[in-house]
Design a protein around this ligand. Sequence first.
Ligand code: EGO
Length: 467
Amino acid sequence: MFSCEKRLSSGCLRAKRREWFFNADIRRAEKVVGKSINLALSHRGRTALRAVGLEKHIVAEGIPMRARMIHSLDETTHPVPYGTREDHFIISIDRRRLNEVMLTLAESQPNVTLHFGHKLVRCNLHTGRMLFQLSDNINERVEKFADSIIGCDGAHSAVRDAMLKQAGFQYQQEYIEHGYIELVTPPTKNGEYAMPPNYLHIWPRMTFMLIALPNLDKSFTTTLFMPFDKFSQLRSPETVVDFFRTTFPDALNLIGEESLVKDFLGTKPSSLISVKCKPYHFGKAIIIGDAAHAMVPFYGQGMNAGFLDCLRLDELLEEYNGNFERVYPEFTRRMQINSHAIIDLAMYNYIEMRYLVNTRSFLIRKKVDNFLYRLFPNTWIPLYTMVTFSLLPYSECMKRKKWQDTVLRRGVRIGIAMVVLLAYYRFGPRPPVRMYINAFKSAVKDWFYELRVRRFELNRNELIGMP
Ligand code: EGO
């Protein structure tokens, strides 16, 4: 999706003509391949939708998920609430519906034109020239000129490709070893949800992760994350069913063997890519959303971060009276560290979730987090809660999490030291008490010194620019 801005009367943003170009019209697509069917909408995404008057509409078409439902290997389930407040829920929303609503609103704007079947093949960031290939006729090319180009054309952005050739553009991408496929958990024979609907269902199994999000038609979209290696090992109906029987027994019952085998062997697993780059603008062009910061899906923030880009860009355009030359660098300046932070957080989750040894460790982590949150609701906000239910910049969420970790570590060490000290005082030889006190004092001093060093190193690492 690209916007080409044409100033009709300079200065006034509303009067500006905006043209948007799309590869395809998702509303008319048979099936959207290689993209997940549902998306998790949370506070950041909702805030952006609210700004364009779409929040109520979209929320009404989504399904609230108020807790995770953890599925253990022994087929027991454990709900863990997302928060303490009534409004602490995330929303499962259908990608196609979401696009329908947004496209229909965009189309109704007098200054907006949508062009479908236009695939960007080349663009000049400095002249604003864009060359499109038409899907109706592959040999036909269309040329357009714009005052400004907004590239929100996804993880494999063509606008970003043009930036790659610019001196000073930093770029880093990573394909992770996991791929994913989507399976369907159909409604029961009575036409009811096969599992409780208002949950994000998670089957944590170390390197294999299964999640299920509810749909309005009473089915669940069930996504399996697994290393590509493993996908290529499971090539026959028997091995697939066996794998599910030993790894996700309850899910196998709900999906059904026949449909599992059909979906599993009939679809090629999609890959997951993480992209960091800097800056987000060159000449007349800027990139936002996945084009600027594609991330792995293990935080459920990709769409939310993209929508927030739109809101922040719009606010800046307002603030600088539509002056792109000033808006674009400012956008990069403000968004960069936060985009990088959520990319890292998503990647940490990918690693962290894999190394959770079993469902129990997952549960314990979540329960300890929630417990501390109840105890200190203003100071000890779990990372997931900050990221999902607040507008605190992603980099701030990360900083607070680091602080929590340090406090926790310090607390544990002081606790251990106290116990050792008391035991020694009680059972050990008995030199003067003052010696113990001095030893304790210098130990505390050492810890604080170590903390300062670590904080300095953290900051220094953050300062060394690129990712
Ligand atoms: C310890 C345990 C530390 C996406 C668990 C961190 C992500 C991470 C992919 C869930 C929820 C929306 C999602 C939680 C953690 C969507 C999400 C979470 C997945 C996978 C996902 C949670 C679509 C990480 N949010 N989340 O806490 O419930 O915790 F499981 Cl594979």
